[in-house]
Design a protein around this ligand. Sequence first.
Ligand SMILES: *Cc1c(COP(=O)(O)O)cnc(C)c1O
Length: 450
Amino acid sequence: MSTMDLIPPCDPVGCASVGCTPVLCRGAGIASNERLFARSAAAIPGGVSSSIRAFRSVGGTPYLVQRAEGAEVIDVEGRRYLDLVQSYGAVILGHAHPAVTAAVAAAAADGTSYGAPTPREMKLAEAVIEAVPGCEQVRLMNSGTEATSTAVRLARGATGRDRVVIFHGNFHGATDALLAAGGSGVATLGLPGTAGVPAGAVAETLVVPYNQVPVLDDTVAAVIVEPVAANMGVVAPAPGFLAGLRAECDRVGAVLVFDEVITGFRLGRGGAQARYDVTPDLTTFGKVIGGGLPIGAVGGRRELMEHLSPLGPVFHAGTLAGNPLATAAGLAALDLLTDDVYVELMARARHLAALLGAACDAAGFPAQFPVVGTLVGMVCGDVPLPTDFAGAKRTDEAAYARFFHAMLANGVAMAPGAYEALFVGLAHTDDVLERIGEAAHAAARAAATG
Ligand SMILES: *Cc1c(COP(=O)(O)O)cnc(C)c1O
């Protein structure tokens, strides 16, 4: 499909409503991104299907993506960006990887959803069980949000307790009980939680500082943690933090949940739990395991997982759960993600951080690029490297916004928020990284004088 196919035929009424003139409509190459976004914003609140995609914290208008390939996204005006968003980490193989598109096409030809179990969901569950230490069984669903809400329900149902402990600055999706304090989106929006969550929904949710082991008691059903925090920048777990959580949960009989929606099959096949050698009772997944299609999963110890319906009393169901297309894409992705790939991705993450760091240093633009395994963060401003949310909030958001826009102008797409990770994948070859590094030199100079 060409860019022109997306530009609507001239419609004076529609034009008036999005603030352009019929004359502009007829011209080719007129700022169609602005016009299409205005049209989106008329139909969709804020013009986005996920609020984190809006440019509220950096200013400006989001680029509408027409298509993407490998490391590049191409917007509706044909502009190309080297992409460090990569669907917030979901497309680790790069955009439109042929193995994934072929698997999805083949699956689609066999039917897109049945309302009955399939061999593909069995194989994806088996692949997760084989790779991830804490998973003896896996239940598939449609998003990371569904996974964390199911994990909370499962932990509460299995323990007969209500209290849930979360960490300030960790993000677990749009799950009411876990929106007591900010994650990436909420932190960026600067809201204390969110409207629409009744006090009752978070009355049993305790928010504590990241990287400190809380003292628990026997009212606690679950402790839910991002084992590497990747929604307040990228913050590594302090030595002993995860093992300390394991010991404290064991002491009081609470369920330890690792939210590995980002880190699962991103830090390595075994995720953060293999990297740090701490095994949780439950693990939530999303992003990478769907190969870029909508997916979520909860895995864990068999004895706990058997509390899920139909074996146990904790309800879970989903019309599209274990979806044929998503499981086909996920299987294709996991198939290519060998241990060697992660060694390579770690080298690329270090390379990217070094290039960006050198560019910012040369321009006198204060910024740090912490690396944890394959994850890279960016911390703007002359501030200490964050170890928790209070530290992360010292990031100079205005400086990030300047750098973000300067990178975009130089053909590199980063997430439109100062607390997201930079994602490298199979498509970020040395050549791509060098080009990103060159763009960063120009961007850092522009942002430094901002
Ligand atoms: C993205 C994310 C989620 C939410 O997953 P969705 O698929 O967007 O619902 C949950 N937890 C973490 C750690 C995430 O990064």
